[in-house]
Write a protein that binds this ligand. Sequence first.
Ligand code: ZN
Length: 623
Amino acid sequence: MDNGDSGDRISDQILSALVKIGTLTQERAGIARRVKSKLSSGKTIIDVVKELQYATSEQVKEVFRSNHLSLKIGDILVEFGHLTQERLRSALDIQKTQTGKQLGQIIIEHQFMSENDFLDALSVQLGFPFVNLSVEELDTKLLDQAPIQWCRSNHFLPVRSEEGKVVVVFADPFDKASIKGAQKLYGANLIVAISAPGSIENYLDQFASGKIKIRSTVDENTAIGIVDSMICAAIDKGASDIHMEPMKDKLQVKFRIDGLLVLYKNFPRETISMVTARVKILSKSNIAEKRRHQDGRMSFEHQGNSYDLRVSVYVAILGEKIVLRVLNRIDQIIRIEDIGMQPKVLERYLRDVLSVPSGVLIITGPTGSGKTTTLYSCLNYIKKPELCIITAEDPVEYVMEGITQCSIDPNINLTYEETLRHVVRQDPDVIVIGEIRDNYSADVAVHAALTGHKVLTSFHTEDSISGLIRLMNMDIEAFLISSTVVCILSQRLLRKICHHCGKPYSPSPFELKVLGYVPQDIGRYKFMKGGGCFACNYTGYKGRIAVFEMLVLNEYVREAILDHKSSYEIRKISIDTTNLVTLMEDAVSKAVIGITTLDEIFRCVPRLIPPRPIYEINRLLGV
Ligand SMILES: [Zn+2]
């Protein structure tokens, strides 16, 4: 497909813009033009300029961001190989029949490009900041300055102010008329950003029709308004917990997102008592009681979904601190195949662990390491109409169809011990004991397995071997452990690098030394780090990935348990004879392909023994 003419026109424009901002000399622009014309491959002028080392990616992106070019978005997508000429022509034809629609929207709606590819092209390749729109992050004072109709006809939406500049998202960041329209309201040096084209229209429609209320109409002067908007915001951001902490001069609210606390908002100290009372009413706790810790539960409706929240009220010296945990987020039941296990680990796990009819399967890790999510993925995999699956959980975190779940509730004397006594009388095939927390629950687990049941449970320990050792120190006969435990799966959640701002980088000698590697060991692997951008809240990370250490007991390990070997010896035997890959090694296998960072590994993963060489780890994992 030849698009020589428009390709040359675009090349010329980009080159002269680079010359204009002083990055290129006229001479170098000429060389780049000649080099490109000699290449038959699909290289863009930007590839050429970068390969000649005339300009850095950042300088190139600046050309696009600075809005000096008078190029059309469609031509640019063609030039970069995202779209064929034919498809561009069809999209333009469609646009003629649908007045008022932006080209980007049409390209996505007619699947000429996926929305992700479209946004990637604009944000990663061309350098426009990406904004993930959400109602509570829009600074509605900015919207007040603009008639909605003006925003709609110019296809933009103001988001927030940053260092005196207004960030505005555009459906088409190359549309000069739109940008001029926004500049009239927010000044010439606004920041041009992008978002999903459909979502901009969608927000504007909803604002126009009053379906979404602008924030200034959310009444944060009332306890109801504060609590409602706080919980909605937490759910929208995918937070697992909400912390409301009274301080000397304010009420500080933080969300736990991807495992770390981030500030949501501060409220005046005077609001504390009414907000606390509101949460207590919703969770049916005792409002009058202010000197004792309490807990409760509440349900909350948001955008048509119903959420369960567990509420804990803790009496601290500056007042009652409240933590709300968001439970049963339905979207969080993940298929076992998608949980992040490397190919060989997954294969063994399905074959040697989940498919065997009896025995104990233990998932270990600290709080917040994703144990519950894994447990539910396992249940989702093994549940069948012909199996009776029964659970004792504290509390039930996800409601799953086809299994019998029980939530422990000590307030009505439905204790763990009492429940476990009854579970085995229900003629189950599979028993889920939410957590082994004492000798009694450990004993129930082992004995149920001994009588032919499959038992799934979790345990708070550092890694798989220490799970085994802890069990051995719990007054349970070694022969019972060695004959019932099938697998101990240890795990952690590491933050994933944001794919909008992740860039390759070389680990420092110090970082390598911690791993016991030298630069030659990591030569051909690609480590990455996020620089921070709108999309990731400037953290450089977005989402999380699990890392695993799976110990499937074999005869040597069982023997070592019977012989009461030390944890050092059991660890050595496990690694030598069971193909065990440590948490650290699994994490390294995910860092060398740019999924997570070494910083995350050092923050979350125990450093018990140095990892083996990367090629050896990859061989064991089958990657
Ligand atoms: Zn980012």
